[in-house]
Design a protein around this ligand. Structure first.
Ligand SMILES: Nc1ncnc2c1ncn2[C@@H]1O[C@H](COP(=O)(O)OP(=O)(O)OP(=O)(O)O)[C@@H](O)[C@H]1O
Ligand SMILES: [Mg+2]
Length: 357
């Protein structure tokens, strides 16, 4: 099937600054794609390039199979949803929703019907006569969504639409946006710097750094098989521990430059004697009894209980963090034993930072 959005070797220069470098992304109809990466990596530039608000310097952008490189934004048939809702304050929810239809000359009766339909989708049916000032932040966000939906675009483009909302509302709106996407069978591209938002909402996550795609794929693939240290550190919360280490003779284990030189079994086959960075996710380290096979000892540095889980860090440099059960009772200075399954230890090349083994 023709992809709904296709980027082939897309490049963007701002003068001498190379903002997007050889971007290849294929988005099938119905997919929810998240673009993530640190501030300044090019997320908004990529989204704006798809929308046509930026012209691309090289490569090809197709929407529904047609080359869009030179097509103006309004002819691309896409809807953009921003973090600032940009609602008209003097208009009712109904008139905000149908504004674009009025500009297109759609009749009043038809507009009224469209408003009712969309209001049902976004759950604002009872609020159609209110003004934006009489709505909560989440309700305004829904009106902004509704205004995009009513145009029946080929795709929705979101640029950090939830960053103005408080934490609990963000969590709720994530679910709502995803549910609306599913209900409409829409195609969505969603920019966020919040990797949890990307992981929980998207079918396909694209990780950008400095204008380059570091890795893309289903969220849990990125978590389980990061191709390099950057992706490994970016995906997952709290972040993966990175501990310099040496591979022991035979390649079946690494000796950490921490935890008193503890040896940790690894599944990947890497040449003995070489230096590596061991990547250990905090949630993959279990506190175990001293006699557990493969266990190694840590001295507890800091302990941070949150109720549901307790964060325990070692007194190493760099420290090793682990996520323990909320009922764990340990104190600074305690010796604890921990274990990790060999297949969960990631290894990275210290120079190239590429995944090994
Ligand atoms: N109009 C412009 N002229 C020159 N450079 C620009 C322009 N717009 C963006 N840039 C640069 O391009 C890079 C990518 O910017 P972009 O806005 O896409 O980042 P972002 O990933 O969306 O970041 P954030 O998370 O902070 O929103 C940045 O280094 C930025 O300074
Ligand atoms: Mg941005």
């Amino acid at each position: 099937m023709t992809p709904q959005i296709e980027l082939i070797d897309v490049n963007k220069h701002y003068g001498s600054f190379h903002a997007l470098k050889g971007i290849d992304v294929t988005i099938p109809k119905g997919q929810f794609v998240a673009l993530v990466g640190p501030s300044g990596c090019g997320k908004s530039t990529l989204l704006r390039s798809i929308a046509g608000l930026e012209s691309i310097s090289g490569g090809t952008l197709k929407i529904a199979g047609e080359v869009m490189n030179k097509v103006p934004p309004r002819k691309r048939d896409l809807a953009m949803v921003f973090q600032s809702y940009a609602l008209y304050p003097h208009l009712s929810v109904r008139d905000n929703l149908t504004y674009a239809l009025r500009l297109r000359g759609v009749s009043k009766a038809e507009r009224a019907r469209a408003a009712e339909e969309v209001a049902a989708v976004i759950g604002l049916g009872a609020l159609l006569d209110r003004r934006p000032a009489e709505l909560s932040g989440g309700q305004r966000q829904r009106v902004a969504m509704g205004r995009a939906i009513i145009r029946e675009p080929k795709a929705f483009l979101f640029d950090e639409p939830l960053s103005n909302l408080d934490a609990s509302l963000r969590v709720r709106m994530r679910k709502e946006i995803r549910a609306i996407h599913d209900r409409l069978g829409a195609t969505s591209v969603y920019v966020t710097h919040d990797q949890i938002e990307a992981m929980t909402m998207a079918d396909h996550v694209v990780v950008l750094r400095a204008g380059v795609i570091e890795q893309q794929g289903p969220p849990l693939d990125l978590y389980a098989r990061p191709v390099n240290r950057f992706v490994a550190g970016f995906i997952g919360s709290p972040a993966m521990n990175f501990v310099p280490a040496t591979v022991v003779e035979g390649g079946g284990a690494v000796r950490l430059d921490a935890a008193g030189g503890a040896e940790v079994a690894v599944a990947g086959r890497v040449e003995g004697g070489r230096r590596v960075i061991a990547g250990i996710r905090p949630e993959h380290l279990d506190i175990v009894g001293a006699d557990t096979p493969g266990a190694f000892a840590l001295t507890v540095g800091a302990v941070e209980p949150t109720g549901s889980v307790t964060y325990v860090s070692s007194d190493d440099e760099p420290e090793i963090l682990l996520v323990a059960d909320g009922a764990t009772r340990v104190r600074t200075g305690d010796r604890i034993h921990v274990a990790i399954a060999p297949e969960r230890v990631h290894l990275f090349d210290p120079e190239s930072e590429a995944a090994l083994g």
